[in-house]
Design a protein around this ligand. Structure first.
Ligand code: ADP
Ligand code: MG
Length: 699
């Protein structure tokens, strides 16, 4: 066992306060550290009562530990004790009981450490930890709120969520979210919680000019906190509404877009005066940033939706258009196929040829007419099948929009046909020709019939001529001779009295008239001069008579040397002259006629021109087109000259009409009609001979 002096020596070196107390609750000794700690000199401790040194409060607090030590237990504790000299302290103490020589507990040694500093640090750490935990909790909540917001897709729903979160965050009583109308720069309430209708009506629209919390926040683009609206001059004009609504404090936070522009405002209202903590405001700021992002996202999505909607509408409209167009096309196709069926029903051959002459359409009529099937001809050239003989250049047809004319073509079986062909140019919408529609009507039979009719009519005319000639001859040679004999007898009739002689003379006069009439009639039917003296003489005789009878001036030009012609030619020319002059008298209404006769080695040409009013247009059209009934007037003449291998030409306008007829001469190089060739071969010589004899007979 160490002595007290030794113990003091050791313990004085220790950082801890050490003391020894006795059973009577007094200090037996104490080290310097203990005395320093208690702010007392060691002398004032040793031998003194614990109660006096520590003070009553501390003594009572520690007494239980003393008693435990005195009961022989080692005591170890930490406690907060209020000492009279040094005030409240945290101490950590170990009491070790001490025994006397009899082995009885006579006191204890206490080692005490002041752990106040440590305890305070611990407490502040704890507090900080608690704060952190709270903050973490709040942030977690905030995060949850944000998450909820992000999971929301609809703006309205999100605004509600936002409002709930902020009210909760700040512990507010009510609140609203306003959205800015950028065009008018006013805020309108988009979502609210806890407000009366009157308030909502009053603050329906708020502008930056307004001095309410939201007006100010909009103007400054920053958070506005009004702890007490009753003491805020800006609220003076709204005081009544605000009082009725019953709030005192308000926090308005702008929701800023990424470009820094105000999207809207989030305001929370408190029933009593209030100022949120900085922490709350910080959290609010955090949340509001997310809320702004949300609004921006919603707006973008809305825009996207709208544009999608627009696209959808557009595509729907497009779809509808396409459907309508398709329907229209189907209808058109149906119509076309119907038309095509109709085209097939048509008797005409209908075909479409493209620029290169390739066939792109070929109706059943064409199949029937040409004998080639659609499958055989489609995509191939018309020239491969039809061997068309064009009356005009093909390029000329292709250049005009419409063309009509006659074409000679061949069938599959090699037979030739004549078609009345009508061509129409098909143009695209730019006006460019891309194909030609050709409608061909088989007129072969008609043409043949016409040809036959022409031949027949020429034959009839010839027969008529013969008949006229015979009648004329009969009248002249038979009736004329009898009448001449009758007149002669009457002239030589012996009369016994003047009365008788007067009657006979009268009869002779009548016989003379009959003779003259018969002669005229016979000459008109067939001028004997024509056979006897030839066309020029007969024509001159006829023209003179015509001029006299009609009063129309006639200029007649004949070549000096006029050869006799074939009687068929002479009679044709004479009949033409007769017909033309009759027409002029009947229709022209002119005052003069020019007749010009020319003859060369190849042909004879007779031109009769009047200065009358001309042939009416429609008549002329018929006459030129040869559609007038054959055998009548001009048409008959044409047939006659056609038969002779010649021609008839009509020129007519309002100043007059000119008819030109030509007939080839047998020795000419031009081809003659078959009939004339035969005549020429075997008849012309004889005819010339007979002409020399002065008397002519028809062949
Ligand atoms: N020289 C002319 N001047 C005016 N019109 C004429 C002339 N010659 C013929 N025509 C017209 O042409 C038509 C056909 O003549 P034509 O064939 O001789 O028949 P027709 O004399 O029997 O009427 C006439 O009806 C008349 O209208
Ligand atoms: Mg006539």
């Amino acid at each position: 066992m160490a002595s007290s002096a030794e113990l003091r020596l050791i313990t004085n070196k220790m950082a801890a306060a050490v003391t020894r107390c006795t059973r009577d609750l007094r200090y037996a000794w104490a080290n310097e550290r203990y005395a320093e700690w208690l702010h007392r000199p060691v002398q004032k401790i040793i031998g003194n009562k614990i109660q006096d040194v520590l003070g009553n409060e501390a003594f009572l607090r520690l007494l239980p530990y003393f008693e435990r030590a005195l009961s022989g237990q080692a005591v170890e504790y930490e406690d907060n004790v209020r000492f009279s000299s040094i005030g409240e302290r945290w101490i950590s103490a170990i009491y070790t009981p001490t025994l006397d020589l009899q082995g009885e507990v006579d006191g204890w040694v206490a080692v005490i450490r002041d752990i106040t500093k440590q305890k305070l640090t611990e407490a502040s750490l704890l507090k900080r930890e608690k704060q952190l935990a709270e903050e973490a909790q709040a942030l977690a909540k905030l995060n949850k709120c944000s998450l909820r917001l992000w999971q929301t897709n609809r703006l309205q729903e999100g605004l509600g969520e936002m409002l709930r979160a902020v009210i909760e965050l700040l512990g507010a009583d009510k609140g609203n979210v306003q959205i800015l109308n950028p065009e008018r720069n006013v805020l309108t309430i988009a979502c609210q919680q806890g407000f009366e209708q009157d308030f909502l009506d009053y603050f329906r629209e708020v502008s930056a000019m307004d001095d309410s919390a939201c007006g100010r926040a909009l103007r400054k683009c920053e958070q506005v906190v009004i702890e007490d609206v009753e003491h805020d001059s800006g609220f003076t004009p709204h005081r009544q509404v605000v009082r009725a609504e019953g709030f005192r404090a308000v926090v308005s936070t702008p929701l800023l877009g990424r470009d820094g522009k105000v999207l809207g405002l989030l305001s929370t209202h408190f029933r009593s005066t209030h100022r949120p903590t900085d922490q709350e405001l910080r959290r609010l700021e955090l949340y509001v940033r997310q809320a702004a992002d949300f609004i921006e996202r919603c707006k973008q999505e809305e825009e996207l939706r709208l544009s999608k909607g627009r696209y959808r509408k557009l595509s729907q409209r497009l779809d509808a258009k396409i459907r309508a167009r398709t329907a229209e096309l189907e209808e058109k196709t149906a119509e076309l196929s119907q038309k095509a069926t109709l085209l097939d029903l048509a008797n005409d051959a209908i075909l479409v040829r493209d620029e290169g002459g390739k066939i792109s359409y070929w109706n059943e009529g064409a199949e029937r007419l040409y004998g080639w099937t659609r499958a055989e001809v489609l995509g191939r050239s018309t020239s491969e099948f039809l061997d068309t003989e064009f009356s005009v250049l093909l390029t000329e047809i292709l250049e005009s929009d419409r063309w009509e004319g006659e074409l000679h073509q061949y069938r599959r079986d090699g037979s030739q046909i004549i078609v009345a062909s009508r061509w129409t140019t098909l143009r695209d919408k730019d006006g460019k020709a891309f194909a030609w529609l050709e409608i061909n009507t088989d007129i072969t039979a008609r043409k043949r019939a016409e040809e036959a009719a022409r031949k027949l009519s020429a034959r009839i005319l010839t027969l008529q001529d013969g008949e006229r000639r015979r009648i004329a001859k009969g009248l002249h040679d038979s009736l004329g001779q009898y009448l001449a004999a009758l007149k002669m007898n009457l002239d030589g009739f012996p009369c016994s009295n003047p009365k008788q002689s007067a009657v006979v003379s009268d009869c002779s006069e009548i016989a003379k008239k009959c003779l003259m009439e018969t002669r005229t009639l016979s000459h008109l039917l067939h001028p004997p001069l024509l056979d006897e003296a030839g066309f020029d003489t007969a024509a001159r005789w006829y023209v003179e008579g015509f001029a006299r009878r009609s009063g129309i001036a006639v200029n007649f030009h004949l070549p000096q040397e006029f050869m006799r012609l074939h009687p068929d030619v002479e009679i044709a020319l004479f009949r033409a002259l007769q017909e033309c002059l009759t027409n002029i008298h009947k229709h022209a209404g002119g005052s003069s006629v020019d007749i010009r006769m020319t003859q060369d080695a190849k042909q004879v040409r007779l031109e009769i021109a009047d200065n009358g009013k001309g042939i009416p247009k429609d008549r002329l059209h018929h006459l030129l087109g040869g559609t007038a009934a054959a055998g009548v007037g001009i048409a008959g003449m044409r047939e006659r000259f056609h038969e002779l291998g010649g021609s008839l030409e009509i020129r007519s306008n309002r100043k007059g009409t000119t008819i030109i007829v030509t007939a080839p001469l047998p020795h000419g190089s031009v081809t003659l009609g078959a009939k004339l060739s035969v005549h020429a071969a075997r008849g012309l010589k004889a005819y010339r001979l007979r002409a020399c004899n002065g008397r002519l007979e028809t062949q």
